[in-house]
Write a protein that binds this ligand. Structure first.
Ligand code: SF4
Length: 1023
């Protein structure tokens, strides 16, 4: 009994015809085959709505194969679940890896098993057996490669048999054989196919056999001369030639099959030569957005407006060429507006917090045994406070710890325990592999539910939590299924890799009441009132051809009887045509013209084809008035909706807040019709948020009496503390008083500086060779001892266990050598080192007490003071940098310590201060000190290469010291009063006022928009 064919373009009533034929055949228990389970539900709903009676059933092709086998009295045996099949493929790859030739390298990489499984699917769906691949390998070019494919195919078949399971392709072959042998068991049950526009070899064979037994009707999208449907002409040809056609019905496109004449014409015209353009009628809209998030929000806004206008969510679909990549952002934007979604996309479980943390824990304990994996687990839903994990990370980074054992020792401390999840894992691992797999499944569930627990009912469930629970359920289910495989179950050390290969469907429940987000393949059998086609970007839709089959060439495919690869251009155009035909009422085509940073993005050329179907045609002017009229734009500057368009109460509150604190909230809300209880609620939310924001800007000037009392009780300050406050009082408060602890080891320059200072201090105190400072004759002794001291101090400070630290110590050694050589070549003018690391203050090692200065005290340690026989002193401050501060910039660059130390030298040590110099240690060619020197001493220390502008007369020097004393006093007064502000830079009128220094990374804490940074001037031209 040959085939009945129904073919026609979209909107030609094929679905209605199939439904009528199905209903007419109810007495003969008909079977309708549709692409997905969702289509099964949709068809059953439609049938019930039409009052259909009992009899018949809708199913997918997979279910039809099973139904056939069961009807024959030979129900198929236990079938490999997707996780079990993937494991069988992995086990086959592991077992045959040593024997592989050209495929060996790729086969040892993660992700190979999944890619190979796709090839197997195609081979098996085409009825190809391992022997056929082996035979092909013997005759074809690239035979070693084909031979590897055959080896892995046979190994998979062995593994499947070892597991005692069948797979869906085996069931398909069994069903076909049973029907071929004696199909009388099928009786006269008619079979109808709808929405399937491409069939595998097995499916085609089943249709062929069934057509020999009963009435089979296939409805296809096809129309002679319709280029958009050309990609599906191959199936029609095969059905005609291979099976033969009894009756062929060509349905005609009919505007009565859709609500929108405009969309009907659009779908008809796409890809058709000579299609007549028509003026837009309002049912086609373009959404132009900036950035992926902007696009997601633009789509969410339009969807929310439709739902607010009474459209049922399941009458809205969002078609994406790649829902796994683009769907999550759109789903999140919709759910933020309170819209339920069904994102039909497969994502890797490791993309969830649970999947990532669980695989990390398994790697840390049973796989890599790396400290980083332990940390990754602890950072996930491990139940530990982020603060505790921060301290561990700090210890790991500072100790450069890479292995898990020392990391665990640091975590546990003296008498602590390993993380409880790890103990559960160890306890189960000590029993059996099955017990371990079951425990890992339970751990996934524990981790996923942790954020939901806590005090009382726990925190509110948010959108991401459902995803975590689904991922955990998939992991637990897959591990349970894998345990059933006995000896094929993964070894403990492979558990992490096995979980990492798992994928899960983001939404797999009923889609009623939800907006579907799916690929055109999944949506193609349905119709919706409103359809969005998102992410219409060049290279994404149409997708760029990735170069065909990763495993087989066209010649190899041909020799195996596989269909040639699809013409990717025709396929993309077909899918876009599917999208155009999905809506009944309105179509939104969405694209991005820029990314989040404003970089241009190219839209899909398919949009230009749509534009060509609109009249009048573009006249070359920009912007195109027709397009502008149907486009809704969302540019980068638009961060909130206009009040009148806010799609949810959250967005309404944001839009209101954007009007600023002085706006009249009640009047604004009333103007857009929001009043009564809702208006009061929204206005109160914004007012509350403003209060929180204002409070979070603290500390302003401090008001807490206890804090002010504590600050006022400080009686002595260091020079760098005063400078820090002068640089920015907020920065000082955070770094000095709140004292946040960085995770990273101290920066290299700080460590190098400490090493250099300590080496210079000891060296100058030891005076190798007897000279108070290196002279040409004693330089070799100074150099040798200097090197020894750097090594000794590095060892004392435990620097040198890592190659980077050893390199750093070598750099310090080089700098020291160069400094000593410079020093040995300089005439001293009678100034020789007198004080080294001269400490003063209220601490034990201090040589002198705190320096009292107008009601406050100064403490510190001066790097070096040189003195001449007349008792005149110059303070030297070593700087491990190339650039140092000239006198004129002391105030501008918040320098106070050097002049204050001159005061200390005078008061405490009784010398006459004649200069203070910052001595650069790192400069490449120019290492001339900067600072201030009295003219009366400048000639004696001229060998330093002093800059003219740093030389002042005695009065000016005295003024500088007095001024520094005054500035320091004012700073102390502000500190004691708790006068903390965001006040970067020097006083008004000086360069850099109100500009944050480039090195300050506290902006996220103080939440000040950074003012422009200022660059340091170079002084190379100065003399
Ligand atoms: S970012 Fe600017 S205002 Fe904020 S703490 Fe740093 S210097 Fe001060």
């Amino acid at each position: 009994m040959p085939l009945n064919l129904i073919h026609g373009p979209p909107n030609s009533g094929r679905a209605g015809l199939i439904r009528r034929r199905f209903v007419a055949a109810l007495g003969r228990d008909p079977v309708l085959v549709v692409p997905t389970v969702d289509d099964v539900f949709a068809f059953e709903r439609e049938l019930c709505a039409g009052g259909a009676a009992l009899g018949g059933g809708a199913m997918t092709f997979g279910a039809l194969f099973r139904t056939v086998a069961t009807a024959a009295g030979l129900p198929p045996g236990a079938e490999l679940s997707p996780a079990q099949r993937l494991r069988a493929v992995s086990a086959a790859v592991e077992a045959r890896l040593p024997r592989l030739g050209p495929l060996r390298r790729s086969a040892s990489r993660p992700g190979f098993a999944r890619a190979f499984e796709r090839l197997l699917d195609e081979l098996q769906a085409a009825g190809v057996e391992p022997g056929a691949v082996e035979a092909g390998a013997a005759t074809l070019e690239g035979s070693a490669y084909m031979s590897d494919v055959a080896t892995l195919f046979s190994a998979y078949a062995e593994m499947r048999e070892r597991a005692g399971r069948v797979d869906s392709h085996g069931i398909a072959r069994q069903a076909i054989e049973l029907l071929r042998r004696d199909g009388s068991f099928w009786g006269e049950r008619p079979v109808l196919l709808y929405g399937l526009d491409d069939l595998t070899r097995n499916q085609l064979e089943l249709v062929e056999v069934l057509a020999g037994l009963t009435e089979v009707t296939v409805a296809l999208p096809f129309e002679l001369g319709n280029a958009a449907l050309a990609a599906r002409s191959r199936l029609l040809g095969e059905l005609r030639e291979r099976i033969g056609v009894a009756e062929e019905t060509a349905t005609e496109a009919d505007p009565a099959n859709t609500d929108s004449a405009e969309l009907f014409e659009l779908a008809r015209g796409f890809g058709r030569v000579g299609a007549v353009a028509r003026e837009p009628g309002g049912d086609l809209l373009l959404l132009r957005s900036a950035g992926e998030r902007g696009e997601a929000e633009a789509i969410a806004t339009e969807v929310s407006k439709l739902i607010a206008g009474g459209v049922e969510p399941d009458q809205i679909a969002i078609a994406l060429r790649d829902p796994a990549r683009r769907g999550a952002a759109i789903a999140a934007a919709l759910e933020a507006n309170g819209v339920a979604t069904a994102l039909e996309a497969e994502l890797p479980v490791t993309g969830t917090a649970v999947g990532s943390a669980l695989t990390a824990l398994l790697e840390a304990e049973l796989g890599s045994r790396r400290a980083g994996d332990l940390l990754r687990y602890l950072r996930g839903p491990s139940g530990f406070s982020p603060g505790r994990v921060d301290w561990l990370e700090r210890a790991l980074r500072r100790g450069r710890v890479e292995d898990v054992e020392p990391a665990l020792a640091l975590w546990q401390g003296e008498d602590g325990e390993p993380p409880r999840d790890l103990m559960r894992l160890r306890e189960a691992a000590a029993r059996t592999p099955a017990a371990l797999a079951a425990e890992v499944g339970r751990l996934a569930a524990t981790m996923a539910s942790r954020p939901l627990r806590g005090e009382g009912d726990g925190p509110r469930l948010d959108a991401g939590d459902g995803l975590e629970l689904r991922a955990a359920a998939v992991i637990a289910g897959a591990l349970g299924e894998l345990s059933e495989l006995g000896s094929l179950a993964p070894e403990p050390a492979r558990l992490a890799a096995t979980i990492a290969e798992l994928e899960f469907r983001v939404w797999s429940g009923p889609v009623e009441g939800r907006v579907r987000i799916a690929s055109p393949y999944r949506l193609r059998a349905g119709r919706f009132d409103h359809v969005f086609v998102g992410s219409l970007q060049d290279g994404e839709f149409p997708r760029r051809d990735r170069g065909g089959d990763p495993f087989l060439s066209e010649a190899q495919r041909d020799s195996l009887g596989l269909d040639p690869r699809r013409d990717s251009e025709a396929e993309e155009r077909y899918l876009f045509g599917v999208c155009l035909a999905l809506p009944r009422r309105r179509l939104f085509l969405s694209y991005r013209d820029s990314d989040e940073n404003g970089g241009a993005e190219a839209r899909s050329p398919l949009l230009d084809e749509v534009r060509a179907l609109l009249a009048p045609p573009p006249d070359g002017s920009s912007p195109d008035s027709v397009e502008e009229a149907i486009t809704r734009s969302r540019d980068l500057a638009r961060v909130v909706h206009p009040l009148a368009e806010a799609p949810s109460e959250d967005e309404l509150a944001r839009a209101l807040a954007a009007h600023g604190p002085s706006a009249d909230a009640d009047a604004l809300l009333a103007a857009v019709g929001v009043d009564g209880e809702r208006g009061t609620r929204v206005a109160a939310r914004v007012a509350r948020a403003r209060g929180v924001e204002a409070a979070s800007r603290a500390p302003g000037p401090l008001t807490n009496p206890a804090a002010i009392e504590a600050l006022g009780a400080v009686d002595a300050y260091g020079g760098t503390t005063l400078e820090g406050f002068d640089l920015c009082s907020y920065r000082w408060f955070v770094s000095h008083e709140l004292n946040p602890q960085p995770l990273d080891p101290p920066p290299d320059p700080l460590v190098q500086g400490g090493l250099m200072h300590a080496a210079l201090d000891r060296l100058y105190k030891e005076r190798p060779g007897g000279d108070p400072l290196p002279r040409p004759g004693s330089l070799p002794a100074w150099l040798a001892r200097g090197r020894e001291l750097v090594a000794a101090i590095a060892a004392e400070r435990e620097i040198g266990s890592h190659p980077a630290e050893r390199a750093m110590a070598r750099r310090v050694e080089r700098l020291l050598e160069r400094f000593l050589a410079d020093e040995a070549g300089r005439e001293t003018g009678g100034f020789e080192p007198w004080l080294l690391e001269a400490a003063f203050g209220a601490y034990e090692e201090a040589e002198r007490p705190t320096l009292e200065l107008n009601g406050w005290g100064l403490h510190g340690a001066i790097d070096r003071v040189d003195r001449d026989p007349a008792g005149r002193a110059i303070v030297i401050d070593y700087k491990l940098s190339g650039a140092v501060t000239p006198r004129e910039r002391f105030e501008e660059q918040a320098k106070l310590q050097l002049p204050l130390y001159l005061l200390a030298v005078a008061e405490h040590w009784g010398a006459e201060p004649v200069g203070g110099l910052y001595h650069p240690l790192r400069g490449t060619s120019v290492r001339r000190p900067r600072g201030v020197v009295s003219a009366e001493a400048a000639a004696e220390v001229g060998d330093y290469g002093l800059y003219d502008r740093d030389v002042v007369d005695a009065e000016e020097l005295a003024e500088l010291l007095a001024d520094s004393r005054r500035r320091a006093g004012e700073i102390v007064a502000r500190m004691r009063a708790g006068d903390i502000r965001r006040d970067p830079g020097p006083r008004r009128g000086l360069r850099g006022h109100d500009a944050c220094p480039p090195f300050c990374d506290f902006a996220p804490i103080c939440r000040r928009d950074r003012a422009p940074e200022y660059a340091e001037d170079e002084d190379v031209e100065e003399r």
